[in-house]
Write a protein that binds this ligand. Structure first.
Ligand code: GLC
Length: 543
């Protein structure tokens, strides 16, 4: 074909795509166009956009969200995600990140430790006492500060200055000289973001998700140093003794009381898993420079998997996921996270609601002003509505009325529609999460019990993928779970557990319920303290 003709066709194709995207945006964010287009409730264009009943709309949503959740499809997706895990284990600088923590706690460690936890929406400073096997772990004091959007948008060192200010306040409450003495005060930090660890106590900042800007201008810089320098500006004499990702903190906190723990899961604002993994299965280049002899004594190491970054091109996306991703600060960065976590469930529901308002006359065809802004529909509302099984749904109506500016109370039919949407969005979240956990568990079995695996005949295109066939009851894996969605969203953990049981039954018919999800509360601060204790014990040993 002549080159100019190809160019013209490309231009036409681009033009067509632009028109389609503009129309989608007009439907989803009508307020953006209020200035130059008359308000229209009439439908336009294509099958999706024809005016329809709320029931038809709900059925479409149900079909789209439940279609990927048959056991067979989830098993296939689990295999594909496993092959992504394996690739990244060899060379990705962003995920499957080996830490320096190779030894798990014995449960005998004792002492008082200062722990910091930077989560997706709170910053906590805590004093933790570890008392060994009998009294275990105690939170002596904890102070929480909400990380609002202004704080999230603080760039670079400003965020660390904000942290130092909070640390200063708490330390003053403990004692006027606390943290100001000659000897530096050791702290453990749980960091709910990726980190390229360079020692137990240091690591380079990697791009942060969850709407944080702190990595702008600090990427590649040392996290421990950034914080201690901000503390120094306030005359605080602190030193970083251990930095752990929050997923690793969850693993460590649970391992302190149950030494068999090998995996952990976070599902709150973000999602992640950590796993105690054989060193020889990880690409050598991923370790950076390790202390002399490290590879002789470290046979396993805790990996921060950054699981949120997996599933791209594998987990089916709906048109609402697509809009969320395209309009995100970091499109495609964390595909799994954008479809399953507390930061996004509310937004997915809001996008569906916005379309239903415009095309199926939900809420009388009028989206409340307060819901026109992205991320204005909190996941806690989704959880509340889903749990409201009453006929009248009066409590949900009252909550919606309180949180948003409805011109009049939403009707019962409208509320039931919204409840159906919430159920579908959260169920898919539990299903996708179970798929990813199953995938991680299979990976662990493959590397830990290579002799009890056989090639999976279904995985023709990926012959390296295997299925474990074993009925060894000891291979039951307890996964330490923390985060508001997995531990507090009504029914979520059970739904996820059911999916996991189905998946494990299909892939490993001879074992029953081999994967158990167990809550690990307060794991970030407890785990940060345990990390310091383990680091101290290790350096004592090496002396
Ligand atoms: C995000 C972060 C990850 C963290 C997880 C859970 O996905 O990238 O580091 O562990 O959220 O908080």
């Amino acid at each position: 074909m002549a080159a100019p003709l190809v160019k013209v066709l490309h231009r036409l194709q681009e033009l067509f795509q632009n028109v389609v995207s503009a129309l989608e945006t007009m439907i989803l964010f009508p307020s953006l166009f209020r200035g130059f287009s008359p308000r229209r409730k009439k439908p336009f264009l294509g099958a999706h956009w024809r005016r329809r009943t709320l029931d038809d709309f709900a059925i479409e949503v149900e079909n789209l969200f439940s279609a990927p959740l048959s056991t067979d499809k989830m098993i296939d997706m689990s295999k594909m995600i496993r092959s992504q895990f394996r690739d990244c284990l060899q060379n990705s600088p962003y995920c499957m990140l080996p830490s320096y923590t190779h030894a798990l706690p014995t449960g005998l460690e004792t002492g008082m430790y200062l722990a910091l936890d930077v989560g997706g929406s709170t910053f906590r400073v805590a004093l933790i006492e570890l008392s060994g096997p009998d009294k275990e772990m105690r939170i002596v004091k904890v102070n929480s500060s909400y990380i609002d959007n202004t704080v999230k948008l603080l760039e670079g060192t400003k965020f660390f200055d904000w942290m130092a200010n909070n640390i200063d306040t708490v330390l003053k409450e403990v004692g006027a000289d606390y943290g100001r003495g000659e000897a530096p005060l050791s702290i453990g930090l749980s960091w709910s973001f990726p980190i390229d660890q360079t020692s137990v106590r240091s690591g380079k900042v990697i791009q942060m998700g969850k709407g944080f800007r702190c990595s702008d201008g600090t990427e590649g810089m040392d996290l421990g140093q950034l914080l201690t320098e901000s503390c120094r500006k306030r005359d605080l004499n602190v030193e970083m003794a251990a930095i752990v990702n929050d997923s690793s903190a969850a693993l460590l906190s649970r391992a302190y009381v149950d030494p068999k723990t090998r995996m952990s899961l976070i599902l709150g604002t973000g999602t992640n898993m950590a796993i105690h993994f054989p060193v020889h299965e990880i690409g050598k280049d991923k370790f950076g420079t390790r202390p002399e002899g490290w590879f002789d004594y470290a046979k396993h190491v805790i990996i921060n998997t950054e699981m949120s970054m997996f599933g791209g091109g594998v987990l089916p996306m709906t048109r609402w996921d697509d809009v969320l991703n395209r309009t995100h600060l970091r499109p495609d960065y964390q595909p799994l996270e954008y479809m399953i976590t507390g930061r996004y469930l509310g937004e997915i529901v809001r996008l569906i609601i916005a379309e239903a308002v415009n095309t199926a006359a939900l809420f009388g065809g009028e989206l409340p002003h307060s819901m026109r802004e992205p991320y204005s529909f909190d996941t806690s509302i989704v959880a509340f509505i889903e749990e409201d099984s009453s006929v009248s749904m009066a409590a949900s109506a009252a909550l919606l009325q309180k949180e948003h500016t409805f011109p009049s109370y939403p009707s019962v039919d409208d509320l039931r529609f919204v409840r159906r949407i919430c159920q579908n969005v959260s169920r898919r979240s539990a299903g996708y999460l179970a798929t990813a956990i199953h995938s991680m568990w299979c990976l662990s079995n493959e590397v830990e019990y290579p002799n009890s695996t056989k090639t999976d005949p279904l995985a023709k295109e990926s012959p390296e993928i295997t299925v474990v066939e074993s009925d060894d009851a000891d291979k039951t894996m307890t996964i330490a779970c923390d985060g508001t969605v997995i531990n507090k969203y009504p029914g979520f953990r059970d739904t996820c557990q059911n999916y996991l049981d189905q998946l494990a039954k299909q892939s490993h018919p001879s074992t029953s319920s081999p994967i158990r999800l167990e809550a690990a509360h307060e794991s970030a601060i407890l785990g940060a303290a345990v990390a310091v204790a383990v680091a101290v014990a290790e350096s004592d040993e090496q002396r």
